[in-house]
Ligand binder design. Structure first.
Ligand code: MG
Length: 377
């Protein structure tokens, strides 16, 4: 079964007074938190983002041209339906999620997906802490049995065919969530264990709670170092930071010998304690011979993302007597940011000579240091 996430970011925030999904939470907009959770789950085929007219250009700019973004409808249900219809192009099951729930976890996704795989529509739910009473005109008409109540969260999961059939069955009848569509159409649904931190940012006080949680982000730092000697082969090209230095003699090595990319890759792998470049790309393996080193960095980025990490920043120091490095600093930062799929502001780079001291000072080679800081909720 192929599962597609439908991220609902089309709400107009009437209860909040602003588009709450765009509010910054420790460096990422609210919607991006759950987007990244889906993006890093190994069993999510595609993410369909359902945008509002106000935030569609922002989401497009943030996610790039290859992202699947569709304009939403007038109501939550209409937007969900548009998302589900789009999702049909990529898979046969959906997880519909409110972009205003930033702290959904892979564990919750797994529990919902396990039910859907068994043919049951499902949503996470948590026990209701408060006693709930039914009230008419201020007078209590009933006190509900709390043990039978759950507060339902998202993602709500179902087979696409079942949901589309249910939409058709109920016609224009409005519901407040996706399981209700199936229930109204007479299909059984189930609740799996949710998490209290998977709450929805609905009111301004919810945002304070979200910021407190986001601020507790775990961070780790890794260091990378690499050095290669200049080649005696005058036909070798000099690659540094993913940039070709025209007319300069290259460094000796199995791959393109890009010390900057190698140090960056090791810093990133080191931060996540995932070994080093030699473990993942042994130089005894002919597949890596003369390969451009940006592939190593891209692979390392994919690995750390699978572990839930994202890059906070990468900083590089290059030690080289020659050539002059800094004239290509911007191009190197751009190439590294592109390989890591992050904004260029997260990549620092500087260079120094070694004041004539030692092997680097004698222009026998080039060395690079890098530090990477990675974060996860
Ligand atoms: Mg190396």
């Amino acid at each position: 079964m192929k599962t597609v996430a439908v991220l609902l970011a089309a709400g107009n925030g009437t209860r909040f007074g602003a588009d709450k999904t765009q509010i910054d939470l420790a460096g990422r907009p609210v919607w991006r938190w759950s987007y990244d959770v889906f993006a890093t789950h190994p069993n999510i085929e595609e993410i369909v983002v359902v945008a509002g007219s106000g935030n569609l250009p922002i989401l497009r700019a943030e996610l790039g041209p290859s992202a699947v973004i569709v304009p939403g409808g007038a109501t939550r249900q209409a937007s969900a339906r548009i998302g589900v219809e789009k999702a049909r192009e990529f898979g046969d099951a959906v997880l519909i999620h409110d972009a205003a729930r930033p702290f959904v976890s892979h564990a919750v996704l797994d529990r919902v997906m396990a039910e859907v795989a068994e043919g049951r529509a499902a949503a996470p739910g948590v026990p209701v802490a408060d006693t709930v009473k039914r009230v008419r005109s201020g007078a209590v008409t009933e006190t509900l049995d709390r043990s039978e109540l759950v507060a339902v969260q998202t993602p709500q999961g179902a087979r696409i065919a079942d949901l589309l059939q249910a939409y058709a069955t109920i016609g224009g009848k409005e519901t407040t969530d996706d399981l209700s569509v199936l229930e109204a159409a007479g299909s059984p649904t189930t609740i799996v264990e949710g998490e209290t931190r998977n709450f929805k940012v609905t009111l301004p006080e919810d945002l304070l709670r979200a910021q407190a949680i986001a601020g507790r982000t775990e961070s780790r730092t890794g260091i990378g170092y690499d050095v290669h000697r200049f080649s005696e082969d005058a036909s070798r090209h000099l690659w540094l930071g993913g940039v070709l230095f025209e007319g300069e003699i290259g460094l000796e090595g199995h791959s393109d010998a890009d010390v900057v990319m190698h140090a960056a890759t090791d810093a990133l792998l080191g931060a996540a304690a995932l070994g080093d470049i030699g473990v993942h790309f042994p130089n005894t393996d002919e597949r890596w011979r003369n390969l451009r080193s940006e592939h190593f960095l891209k692979h390392a980025v994919a690995l750390v993302r699978e572990h839930g990490w994202r890059l906070a920043n990468l900083d590089i120091a290059i030690l080289a007597e020659t050539p002059r490095i800094m004239r290509q600093a911007l191009a190197m930062r751009e190439a590294i940011a592109r390989a890591m799929a992050v904004e260029i502001e997260r990549i620092g780079l500087k260079a120094t000579t070694n004041e004539g001291l030692g092997a680097i000072g004698r222009s026998e080679g080039i060395a690079a240091f890098a530090t990477a800081t990675i974060v996860r909720p």
